[in-house]
Design a protein around this ligand. Structure first.
Ligand SMILES: Cc1ncc(COP(=O)(O)O)c(C=O)c1O
Length: 411
């Protein structure tokens, strides 16, 4: 059979939404300057779906920096992978600044977080090793597992006893040259809860393993200085490889891992997706350096983000919604119903109230559940929050029609 003919019969995980919901539920176009007020299908909407946590994506100073950096360097330079011709003094300076920010000796830039972390996992463990990760880990970790030749095991979300059982099992089966890598997240992006990093680090007293933390959502938003979930939980030292991306709080593209020098040296020569790919363009590196400086110098952005997150969350709870006990700005509202309810809520909010939210239903969450996820940012105003809460109040008869407000199903 022709390969392309066969593709039509292969179900996508998004099912009918890939084509039926195209442009609305999938691949929607948010237009106009990036921020809490954008246009969707020509209508003004208040946006709660973008990870520009600190609201710097459309900051005037940032836009000026972007323009100047692009005209200084061109978007083309440098050409080639870093290993060959794509390295620069600026790339190296950004790495030193990132390491300093997250309190690690060294950092290694990655062109994309997703590919980068996959390759890091692939490079770190081989067929003699064990890879153990949280079941709610992001797709890039799951895909990293597919590449790794090691034996893999999953522990239930944040279940430290489950992790310990896997550590015992791996330890008892280990050969002389076997090692263990545990992978979890700083902030779980769908549910907003933090990884139990302190408890995992404490297990190092009993078991010999290394810990990699994907802190995509915590980098820039958590910790007294924005250095992430490890700092927030007081155990950054116990994280052996810290991963952060620029795709959220830095509102850019690119990512990094921060670790000890010998690991960086190894990764520089072994992360295939970085070795065989063009390096980050210089204007991206330059603006990343300046944005990170600004993030460090403006703690009030983080404070505002938290203030907005609390106002939104408490407001939703007062109206009667079941907001999952998130420990980060991610605000997940859980209700009971079908995929149809999920699309109805999204449509009602967008069409009747000018509120743009994203929702997920089965198979992302268990059958019968609907999760509406709101992402507050530092640039949302009290007025945005008030209008949004009013809208959620008005759609209550639809959104909570089957719901028992005590519902608290782990997602
Ligand atoms: C938890 C998590 N890890 C990794 C990534 C991938 O990062 P990037 O967008 O830089 O490829 C994302 C999404 O951006 C994420 O949410």
């Amino acid at each position: 059979m022709d390969l392309f003919d066969k593709l039509a019969g292969r179900a996508s995980p998004l099912g009918e939404f890939t084509s039926g919901g195209y442009g609305y539920y999938t691949f929607p176009k948010l237009e106009g300057p990036l921020g809490p007020e954008m246009k969707f299908n020509g209508k003004d909407v208040i946006v709660w779906s973008i990870n520009d946590y600190l609201g710097i994506g459309n900051n005037e100073e940032v836009r000026k920096i972007d323009t100047e950096a692009t005209s200084k360097y061109s978007l083309s330079a440098p050409m080639g992978a870093r290993l060959m011709t794509g390295n620069s003094t600026e790339h190296e300076a950004l790495e030193r600044e990132l390491a300093d920010f997250v309190h690690k000796p060294e950092a290694l830039l990655l062109n994309y977080g997703y590919q980068g972390i996959m390759s890091v996992i692939h490079a770190l463990v081989d067929r003699n090793d064990f890879l153990i990760y949280d079941e709610l880990s992001h797709a890039c970790i799951v895909d990293g597992k597919q590449l790794a030749m090691s034996e893999t095991a999953v522990f239930k979300h944040n279940d430290i006893e489950g992790l310990e059982r896997q550590l015992q099992r791996a330890t008892s089966r280990a050969k002389e040259n076997s090692s263990i890598l545990v992978v979890t997240e700083g902030v779980f992006g769908m549910t907003g809860d933090l990884g139990k990093l302190r408890e995992i680090v404490a297990l190092k007293e009993k078991y010999n393993f290394r810990l990699l933390v994907d802190d995509a959502h915590g980098f820039g938003t958590l910790g007294h200085d924005g250095s992430g979930a490890g700092t927030e939980l007081g155990c950054q030292d116990g994280i052996d490889i810290y991963f952060g991306t620029f795709a959220k709080a830095v509102a850019l593209i690119g990512a990094f891992v921060a670790t000890e020098p010998r690991v960086k040296e190894f990764l520089k020569a072994n992360t295939r997706s970085q070795i065989f790919a063009k390096s980050l363009p210089l204007p991206i590196v330059e603006t990343a350096r300046k944005r990170i400086k600004m993030i460090r110098a403006n703690p009030q952005w983080r404070e505002k983000l938290w203030e907005n997150s609390m106002k939104l969350r408490e407001g939703l709870k007062e109206i009667g919604y079941n907001v999952l006990p998130s420990e980060s700005p991610v605000t997940p509202v859980l209700t009971e119903g079908s995929t149809e309810l999920c699309t109805t809520i999204m449509r009602e909010l967008r069409e009747k109230h000018g509120i743009f939210v994203s929702g997920v239903a089965y198979p992302v969450v268990p059958r019968g559940m609907v999760l509406i996820r709101l992402i507050p940012t530092a640039s949302h105003t009290d007025e945005h929050i008030r209008k949004t809460l009013d809208a959620f109040e008005m759609i209550k008869p639809i959104a909570l029609q089957h719901s028992d407000s005590e519902l608290n199903v782990p997602v």
